[in-house]
Design a protein around this ligand. Structure first.
Ligand code: BYC
Length: 470
């Protein structure tokens, strides 16, 4: 069990005080991070007490502490899950060899790239969400937003630690650049597409945390398999925090769906806007948007990058060790979607080159579970939500140059233009949703478009004062 040091400037269980150079370098990055947090973190409430969870340990029990804290004073720490004794590489050409505790020279560039892409998403999401605190539907929700935000900040720290510790000067430069790119910045944007989209309202936030944070779950789970042990242990611990982010998305959308169903029943109509609800058709369009931009985050269906990451042991598959195959995939084949001669089809390719599709399949199956749950709530009022076809509204991969309807039919540009407003959020939807975004800051009160949660946080009641607004 690693020693947890909570009394230093940077709480950690990585023995920072024994490596003065590294400690000084990270302490030098800290003020830059805090500047970024103050400028591009939550737009308000930075001076308020927020009831937050702080990671203080990595054990099975009691790894987190809940208390009021002002966000800039949050104790962002560096935590690696406990090392697994005698761990061996579970996949790829070096399967069975001992895992690495340093970065092999030949994989330096690829590993750095993976850390930078992962690290870049964390502050990006905080930037995307910075204005949401001004329109929170309740103090409970505002607190959950801030919890997600501070933990994305900690996940940035997790990647910055690895960059500083294992990549020398290049790593330090990359760590600085993680604070210099900004979501939506025309000159210096974030690396991946979905992280440059705005998150202007709470409906978008709930769908973002459901779909986009879930990409995070699957990418982190793949990186947890890595032969580079410090990355594996870092991701292992990040996944603990990530679970709450998906809870926020799943229950957030679930609560909106519940309110929608209640209003439809009460007024016996689909058109519940005049009663202050979000109609199912609008929910479907938001779902279509967030699902499709999140699918882009998996890269192209076939990818030599993904094949190389796997073969060399850098990035495995979701739940690699539970899979029943040889974990090397030299001879395995699988189908991937294609668009050929005006038709959507499938072709067989080496499974190694199709690993982005394999991860996407696992992701889609996981996404479908929430939709099933929401549909149980909607069953009473006779409507259903659906995940659109994987080719719908894609900017990356096989479908990037074609138009596909939500039910998976190739359509012409003209048909797309005519139907777009049925399939993706319209300016009218966005204006309507925005009109609902009136802040509710009285403890226990809830905006009218979303049902209250069934339980509060950490045993507190829903009406607890989760943020002491001043
Ligand atoms: N946008 O070979 P390909 C999270 C680039 S979310 C822009 O198909 P590959 C979180 C690609 O980089 C999880 N560019 O891609 C969630 C490559 O460029 P180079 C984040 C894209 O490498 C919510 C080229 O296109 N973590 O944690 O197989 C809140 C060829 O592409 C995009 C990770 O993603 C795109 N969407 O797969 C907070 C894990 N897609 O190298 C946090 C680390 C592809 O030719 N990243 N490109 O210049 C990876 O494993 C891989 O980089 C990707 C792409 C899966 C993203």
């Amino acid at each position: 069990m690693t020693i947890v040091d909570l009394d230093t400037k940077i709480p950690n269980n990585v023995g920072l005080s024994e490596d003065r150079r590294l400690q000084r370098a990270l302490e030098g990055w800290l003020p830059k991070y805090l500047d970024w947090w103050r400028t591009l973190g939550p737009a308000e409430h930075q001076g308020d007490d927020v009831f937050l969870r702080t990671a203080v340990s990595v054990g099975q029990e009691g790894w987190a502490h809940f208390d009021y804290v002002r966000m800039p004073e949050y104790r962002w720490g560096i935590f690696l899950a406990d090392a697994e004794a005698d761990r061996h590489i579970a996949f790829g050409d070096r399967k069975g060899e001992p895992v690495w505790h340093e970065v092999p020279g030949e994989h330096r560039g690829e590993l750095r790239r993976l850390l930078v892409v992962q690290g870049d998403t964390e502050p990006a999401s905080v930037e995307q969400q910075r204005h949401l605190c001004q329109t929170a539907p309740s103090l409970y929700d505002m607190r959950n937003l801030f919890q997600v935000n501070v933990e994305e900040g900690r996940h940035l720290w997790a990647m910055v630690y690895l960059l500083h510790r294992y990549f020398g000067r290049d790593g330090r430069d990359e760590a600085d650049e993680l604070l210099e790119r900004h979501s939506g910045d025309l000159d210096n944007p974030r690396i991946l597409g979905a992280f440059n989209e705005p998150t202007p309202d709470w409906l978008s936030f709930y769908f973002f945390t459901y779909f986009t944070d879930r990409d995070g779950k699957f990418q982190l789970a793949s990186l947890r398999e890595s032969a580079f042990d410090p990355l594996s242990r870092t991701c292992d611990f990040m996944l603990k925090e990530e679970a709450h982010h998906m809870f926020v998305g799943a229950t957030g959308v679930g609560r909106v769906v519940q309110r929608t169903a209640e209003l439809m029943k009460e007024h016996d109509t689909d058109d519940i806007r005049e009663f202050g609800g979000i109609d199912a058709a609008t929910l479907q369009r938001y779902l279509n948007f967030h699902f499709s931009v999140s699918l882009d985050l998996f890269g192209a269906e076939t990818s030599t990058n993904a094949a190389n990451y796997f073969a060399s042991g850098l990035k495995g598959r979701f739940q690699e060790e539970r899979r029943e195959d040889d974990h090397r995939l030299h001879d395995a084949m699988r189908g991937v979607p294609t668009v050929d001669n005006g038709a959507i089809g499938e072709r067989e390719v080496p499974a190694l080159s199709a690993l982005n599709t394999t991860l996407q399949d696992d992701y889609i199956a996981d996404c479908a579970k929430g939709v099933e749950r929401w549909n149980r709530t909607l069953a009473d009022v006779g409507v259903e939500l659906h995940l659109p076809h994987r080719g719908f509204n894609r900017a990356v991969g096989a479908f990037r140059d074609v138009r596909v309807s939500p039910d998976g039919t190739l359509v012409s540009e003209a048909e797309w233009g005519a139907k777009r407003a049925d399939w993706l959020p319209t300016p009218d939807d966005e204006a309507y949703v925005r009109s609902l975004m009136q802040p509710v800051t009285e403890p226990g009160k809830m905006a009218g478009w979303v049902a209250p949660p069934s339980v509060g946080i950490n045993g507190k009641p829903v009406e607890f004062e989760y943020v002491r607004t001043t």
